[in-house]
Design a protein around this ligand. Structure first.
Ligand code: PYL
Length: 284
């Protein structure tokens, strides 16, 4: 997971409206709507105003990223949650959250970023949430992805979860990773789980000759050049930094979903507070 730098998050609190307008323009759905859709129709829709969320700064490892907690809190407040940043970092923040009648905590160290429901112990992690959120956004931007081929770049943690989400949505992932072993392992795993033919082992050029939907989960390497893109190309790119050069960006920007934190955080916050309907029935 690429570690964010302060410059990538410090403006998030002031640009959430502009970000959401851009997302609505591209997908016809707001950040909140995409998050609720990503969590799934099997989940009871919650009222964010009913929940108190503590953002806990974590100073361990490489330490605090200036503006990170403020960005996470701003996203939670924007979505309607009562959210605050604990005074103390680390364990002090955890104690504060537990003593402060908090419903969930959200925190990130150098390896994990997760939300934890303090009432029912449900955990939502950013990897799974980002994969679900970006697949949902790509699907809305493309007017549905069922039976459509989607180039999946990067067989890492987000790419693997996104490949599953693509199959669950009825799309046909074409797997590409520079590490051919990882590419094959992911393709074989998907074939077993979803009993469908999964293409891999092709060059990017071969794939891009016919596939216009791209899920780019690789940390930016400028893999795709402008002449491989068209006015029809649509891209969901959670990877940081973005793997497109300026010329390619000019072509795809109006059909590009990319942000450092917003989508993953929004999906995590709704995910950690919702339960599948069958669990709700069991509790009645
Ligand atoms: C969660 C982000 C998304 C992309 N990369 C992940 C990252 O930068 N992780 C490190 C986050 C460290 C936060 C620091 C703080 O300020 O609490 N421990």
């Amino acid at each position: 997971m690429t570690r964010l730098i302060s410059e990538q998050v410090v403006n998030i609190p002031h640009t959430l409206n502009e970000y959401d307008e851009d997302l609505k323009r591209k997908t016809s759905y707001s950040l909140k709507e995409i998050a609720v859709l990503a969590v799934g129709t099997g989940a009871a829709i919650i009222n964010p105003e009913d929940y108190k969320v503590a953002v806990i700064p974590v100073a361990s490892g490489q330490g605090i990223i200036s503006g990170f907690s403020e960005a996470v809190r701003a996203i939670a407040v924007y979505l309607g949650f009562n959210s605050y940043i604990t005074e103390a970092a680390d364990l002090g923040g955890l104690i504060e959250a537990y003593q402060g009648n908090t419903d969930a905590i959200i925190l990130a160290d150098d390896f994990n970023y997760a939300a934890i429901n303090l009432n029912n112990r449900k955990v939502a992690d950013n990897t799974g949430a980002t994969a679900k959120g970006y697949v949902t956004a790509l699907s809305k931007m493309a007017g549905g992805i069922k039976d459509k081929e989607v180039l999946l770049i990067g067989a890492g943690p987000v790419g693997m979860r996104a490949a599953e989400n693509l199959c669950e949505a009825g799309a046909i992932p074409v797997i590409y990773d520079r590490d051919k072993r990882k590419e094959q392992v992911l393709a074989e795993g998907l074939k077993k789980k979803f009993h469908m033919g999964i293409k891999f082992g092709l060059s990017l050029g071969e794939i891009l000759d016919r596939v216009t939907l791209i899920f780019d989960a690789s940390p930016g390497r400028n893999l795709i050049k402008a002449d491989q893109l068209s006015e029809k190309t649509m891209v969901a790119a959670p990877g940081l930094p973005l793997g497109f050069d300026q010329e390619a960006l000019k072509i795809i920007e109006p059909r590009l979903i990319h942000d450092p934190l917003q989508l993953g955080t929004a999906v995590m916050l709704f995910d950690v507070f919702t339960k599948p309907f069958h669990q709700l029935y069991l509790e009645e």
